[in-house]
Design a protein around this ligand. Sequence first.
Ligand code: CIR
Length: 255
Amino acid sequence: FRFTHAITRRPAASITHGLRAVDTGTPDLATMEAHHAAYIATLRATGATVIELPALDAYPDSVFVEDTALCLPQGAIIMRPGAPTRLGEAAEMAPHLRALYTTIARIEGPGTIEGGDILVTGREILVGQSARTDAAGIAELRAIVTAWGHSLREVHTPPGVLHFKTDCSLLDGDTILSTERLSASGCFDGYKLIHTAPGEEAAANTIRFNDVVLMPAGFPGTRARIEAAGYNVAEIGNSECAKLDGGMSCLSLRF
Ligand code: CIR
């Protein structure tokens, strides 16, 4: 949760065609741009360098850069998104990571895996199988990260939830914010847990970025729990990304 860099990508006008599990309305580009600017400003205020990539109109979901790669101290790994319309986003990210990392690995397939299903904690890498991430994709990632000295544990994303991290986030090396429906599986046994407040499951996707926890605006019960545990919270508008099942973690690669 200590980072010197983040990579973001500007939302494209095609964001109105972004993937969504349930249609709750078309995202408004101008509002999303305002939220995105606040997000970037909050990351920068911690002293980090934020690399802003240009919009990619050919990929409506390309603002959600987290799904395209996994950045570790040993190197970056280019993912293989399970959503066919998002597959090309990984190749678009690759040259930017090559400019920053000497070691680059790539998930070759045929398995698929998206960054939203990967939680790196202080002690291990947790990966949730989901509609986007399959066993073959996880096996390929496991081979790469174990060679780099990490241990990987496979877990499951609750049914109907897009990504593993839709329902959890890391608050510090061994403290996790989770929905009750996810932690009920026991996947976080041994960690300190803070649960989202009742009815606030959509608050689970936050990011701890240096000295601040960025959380989606409008979840006072969960905010109070995070603050009571001593964290410094910044609320960022997320109404437009939420229409596309996106949240705080999806909007950046952090390293
Ligand atoms: C999608 O369905 O792929 C996008 N609309 C949302 C991706 C959110 N990404 C994430 O949680 N890491």
